[in-house]
Design a protein around this ligand. Sequence first.
Ligand code: CA
Length: 252
Amino acid sequence: MATLLVIAASASLFVAASAEAASSPEQQQLVSAYAPILMLREQTGPCKTTEEQYKPPTTVRTVLGNPRVRLIHYAGGKDVTVTYGPTAAEVAGLGDDYYLDLPGDPLDVQCPKEGSYATDFQRLRATNKAPAITYAHIATEPGYTGIVVQYFFFYYFNQFNDLHEGDWEGMQIAFDADTPAEALAQGPSQVALFQHAGGERADWDDTKVQKDGNIRSCSRPPGRTPPSTTTRSTSRTGRTDRESAATTPPIR
Ligand SMILES: [Ca+2]
């Protein structure tokens, strides 16, 4: 099973149709039942790197098809421009000697100058090209029982300890079930959050999953490095927190 759904993360969940979506009602229901509501630090200025400059997580179309983005092939010791505004079909299957080059230099960000990542992203938002989007994927793995619902969040730029163009964060909820209908009936068995090279996993009913009414928060183990984003993920039936060093209150 490999169904790609696209949903919008907002206070009122909206399930958007997409060319990739060929899902059953049970799959849609399962993805929607546990759809996260993200809470991110409020931004008080476009260039404040202690705040979330790249909210909300958005569509990959901020990059794919963007005529200001180049597809580069590193060949013969040189960067060679293949095309501008590459599509998903054009980048699919390429080797690691290809990469996408967004306008700007991650090591020399000159916000709010024209061409900086934050100002570019603000422009995308202002022209309705960066809507709030969560990607959802129902997955199985050969040799393993159960299914998982994965939620992926795409950010135009990563502003944290390391700086890079484009950034994926994510979470998944595991079910000891063979079908989405069974998963809906049984509920989750585990939850995992992941970012960069790290992550955290917990049984859905693990003692460190603290219940607060019908809301549950997954605590961060002592000594863990804070994640790269200021995201708090919430589902209708449970909540998992990703702490942040930022001090501004989160917004939904
Ligand atoms: Ca660049």
